[in-house]
Design a protein around this ligand. Structure first.
Ligand code: SAH
Ligand code: SF4
Length: 351
């Protein structure tokens, strides 16, 4: 069985011709899939039943992601969903909205790319969960479409997508990129490439490959420490020279794509939040042009705590003094733990 949501538009053209249908049916099919969000074949009323039968006998289907749980933050701006995939797997997806006056809200979807994660970051709930499996491109797309259909009912729409949910996107490279292509293709979901950001813990091969793709998507790198000794305490799977490698990766990515990389830094009390460490980070990044996002850590089972506010602003001050561009944001939706301590709004706001 092949999910129709895994097929790129050019291949939909070929598929439609191969089952003896005229070319315009491909456009119709794509329109149904990406604008009307059918749950299964029978929902596609505009498509003639003989074509649906032909698609089904050629092994095509529409997979679904069913909502099994929904939590909304007190201010109504953050919605976290638990979605159940065809095989019963449960994944988390979050919607974060920002409203300014009466204008259309900015609606960012935070998608998962894996069930669990192999990277084992010590402060991350997903990392501590272990690894179950990679998600397929259509399962990543389904997360966006589920929210797109919720938003459509309110006459709103998806404005941004961040790959910052469960898992490491660049460790599931092919399916992640396929999802990006489906989500940005003008004949599929059609979101502007610049409205998508991938966050990585630093899979070097993946960053290199991404810089070579003809894509204009944003990249965020989770740095968390200015030196390897400290970084490897937080990201045990990091290479021995990961800090230096990541800093040079930011330059390469910028050179190839013209897009500045964001560095994410989870601030953890007594671990990586001292003024000395801030100074070391400032020296490392001075003149680099990168933007640092300071994220007070979401407490997880590991016993890591968020620093006091004064400590956070001191850290920020040290970076600013050295002209290192940085922002710190208090999370929204933390009371609904959106989600597993990592699907946060603060990073997103500045991308
Ligand atoms: N695997 C990728 C993307 C998913 S995690 C990555 O690590 O970048 C997305 C972001 O959430 C990362 O910056 C990660 O460091 C951060 N994160 C994970 N656990 C967190 C926690 N408990 N509090 C705050 N941020 C967290
Ligand atoms: Fe994986 Fe990212 Fe969590 Fe690290 S922070 S364990 S890379 S999801």
């Amino acid at each position: 069985m092949t999910d129709l949501y895994s097929v790129l538009p050019d291949d939909v053209d070929k598929l439609v011709t191969s089952i003896g249908q005229p070319r315009y049916r491909a456009d119709q099919l794509l329109h149904m899939l990406y604008r009307e969000f059918p749950k299964d074949m029978s929902d596609m009323r505009q498509i003639p039943s003989e074509m649906k039968k032909a698609l089904a006998s050629a092994g095509y289907t529409i997979g679904s992601a069913n909502e099994v749980h929904r939590v909304v933050s007190e201010d109504g701006q953050t919605t976290k969903l638990l979605l159940k995939l065809c095989d019963g797997t449960l994944i988390e997806t979050v919607l974060m909205q920002y409203r300014k006056g009466n204008s259309h809200p900015r609606s960012t979807i935070c998608v998962s790319t894996q069930v669990g994660c192999q990277m084992g970051c010590t402060f991350c709930a997903t990392g501590q969960m272990g690894f179950e499996r990679n998600l397929k491109a259509e399962e990543i797309v389904a997360q966006v479409l589920h929210f797109a259909s919720v938003l459509q009912e309110r006459k709103e729409h998806v404005t941004n997508i961040v790959f910052m949910g469960m898992g490491e996107p660049l460790a599931n490279y092919a399916e992640t990129i396929r999802a990006v292509r489906l989500l940005t293709h003008a004949r599929a979901f059609g979101l502007g490439q610049r409205h998508i950001t991938i966050s990585t813990v630093g899979v070097m091969k993946g960053i290199d490959r991404l810089a070579e793709e003809d894509l204009q998507i944003g990249l965020a790198i989770s740095l968390h420490a200015p030196n390897d000794e400290l970084r490897r305490k937080l990201v045990p799977t990091a290479g021995p020279h990961s800090v230096k490698d990541l800093i040079s990766a930011t330059r390469i990515y910028f050179k190839k794509t013209g897009r500045r990389v964001t560095l994410e830094y989870a601030l953890i009390e007594g671990v990586n939040d001292s003024p000395e460490i801030a100074a070391e980070l400032a020296t490392l990044l001075k003149g680099n042009g990168a933007h640092v996002n300071l994220i007070p850590v979401n407490p997880t089972a590991g016993g890591f705590k968020r620093p006091r506010w004064k400590r956070i602003t001191e850290f920020e001050h040290v970076l600013r003094e050295s002209d290192v561009n940085c922002t710190v944001r208090v999370e929204k939706g933390s009371e609904i733990s959106a989600a597993c301590g990592q699907l946060r709004t603060d990073v997103v706001k500045n991308l």
